[in-house]
Design a protein around this ligand. Structure first.
Ligand SMILES: *[C@@H]1O[C@H](CO)[C@@H](O)[C@H](O)[C@H]1NC(C)=O
Length: 89
């Protein structure tokens, strides 16, 4: 087996560390459950609520949705930030 010099080994290790840090910066955080307003139903495009998941809100019969009908998980935050609610028609 060829001997790998200590210097080469250290170079490889520092490169691995460098790329690991770059990866860590690009992690796209998932969101937590955004809650569902009273009299509403919320459906997610991805059950794991990962970055890019779309939450779609709808209301029971007799109620109308006030606020955004769709919110998108953007790196751990649901956008837009306002939570919709269902008001009696
Ligand atoms: C959600 O997470 C589980 C467990 O990590 C995984 O097996 C599954 O494939 C994921 N589902 C989606 C839609 O990403």
């Amino acid at each position: 087996m060829p001997r790998i010099s200590t210097h080469l080994l250290l170079l490889i290790i520092s490169l691995l560390g460098y790329y690991a840090r770059i990866d860590a910066q690009n992690i796209e955080l998932p969101c937590s459950f955004p809650g569902s307003p009273a009299h509403s139903t919320v459906v997610f495009s991805n059950v794991n609520l990962t970055h890019g998941t779309v939450a779609s809100y709808s209301c029971e019969r007799g109620f109308e949705l006030l606020g955004p009908a769709r919110r998108v998980c953007d790196k751990g935050t649901w956008m837009p930030e306002g939570i919709p609610f269902c008001g009696k028609c």
